[in-house]
Design a protein around this ligand. Sequence first.
Ligand code: NAD
Ligand code: GLY
Length: 382
Amino acid sequence: MPLSEPLQAPPQTVSVALGERSYRIHIGSGLMASQVLLDRVDARAQALVVSNEKVAPLYADVLMKTLSAHFRDVRLLVLSDGEQHKHWATLQLIFDALLAQQADRRVVLYALGGGVVGDMTGFAAACYMRGVSFVQVPTTLLAQVDSSVGGKTAINHPLGKNMIGAFHQPQTVVCDLDVLATLPRRELCAGLAEVIKYGPIHDLEFFAWLEAHMDELLAGVPAALAHAVRRSCEIKAEVVGQDERESGLRAILNFGHTFGHAIEAGLGYGQWLHGEAVGCGMVMAAELSSRLGHVDRSFVNRLAHLIARAGLPTQAPDLAVERFLELMRVDKKAHAGDIRFVLLKGPGGAVIQGAPDGLVAEVIRSCQRQRLPSDLAQSRQA
Ligand code: NAD
Ligand code: GLY
C-alpha cells in the first residue's frame, strides 16, 4: 500500500509517559506500510532491519519497502531463529552488520520479530556507539503485549536468563495485528501467558474479560486480539511510567517469572517457550501466595484453569528441587542469594517478598504432581 493511502481504520495509540523518552505504541492493521514506523525517528540517514530466518521471509519486504522511501540506506540482517541464539555471538552479528554498513550515530535499528529479536536488537542499539535509536516492530503476541514495551533489553547467560542487558527505550512500537495470522498456535498460547499475567496482579476486570473471551483469542478473532493487545499495553505503560528502571512497582510484571526463568534455564533455553514457562510459573507463584495466606485457594484454581484453557502447562517439569532453588537464586530480583517472589496479595494486587526454602520446595513438589482436569488436558493436546 502506498504511504499516501489512508489506512482502513486508524491505528489506536497507547502512550508511554517517560519525560523526554516518552513514546507511542501504535496498534492496528496494515501498519507495516504506514508512516507510524517513522514516529520520533530521524529518517534521513541509515536504517538496519534486524529479523530472523522465519519472520524475514514473511514481512521484511514490506517493511524494507516502506523504509526505503525515507532512509537513504536500508539493510536487512537475518539472524538464526530461537531463544537458544539469544547470546553474545548473535549480538556480535548485529554489530558486524552495523560496522559493515558504516552506520553512524543517526542509524535507526528496526527489530522485526518476536521478543528474542526485540531484546537483542534493543541491546545492540543500547551499546552501539554508546546508544542509538531503535524501533520495535513486534510480530508475536508476546512481543506486542509485553517485550516490545518498556525498554528492557538483554541476552541470556547459560547460568541465568536475561542476565546481561540494559534499559533502552525504543522511539516507537508498531504492533501490526495482521502479522498474528501467521503465528503458530503454540506461540499464540505462549503470548497469552503474558496477557493473563496483567489480570491477577493489576486488573481483575480484564481477568474476567479474558475468561469470557479466551475461546475467541485462541481462534484468532481480530477484535478480541486487538482488545487484549491494547489493554495489556495500557497496563504495561502505566506501570513502566511509574517505575521505568524497576526500583519497585515494575517488578510485579515479573509475576510467574522467577519460577518460569528457572524452568527455561534448567530445561535448556528453547525447550519450553518463555510464555509456557511463565504460565506454569504463575500457577507456582499463586500456589506459594496461597500457602502464605495472601490469596484464597479458589483464586489459585481459577487462575490455573484459565492458564490451562489458554493451552499452557500448569504442571511443573521434572527438575530437581535443589536445581530449581539454585537457578532462582540468580534471578535479578534476588538479594544476596535470597530469592524474592512476585506474589499475589489478594486477587488484583501483588507484593514482592521472600519465602522459606522449605515452603518453596513444597510448592515445587506439589506443582510437579499436579494433574490437569481431563477435559483441559485433552484440549491442550489438540
Ligand atoms: P520468539 O521471539 O522466539 O518468537 C517465537 C517464534 O515465533 C519464533 O520462532 C519466531 O521466529 C516466530 N515468529 C515471530 N513472529 C511470527 C509471525 N508473525 N509469524 C510466524 N512466526 C513468527 O519468542 P517470543 O515469545 O516472541 O519472545 C520471547 C522472548 O521475549 C524471551 O527471550 C523473553 O525473555 C523475552 N521477553 C522480554 C521481555 C522484555 O520486557 N524485554 C518481556 C517478556 C519476554
Ligand atoms: N516483562 C517485565 C518487564 O518489562 O518489566
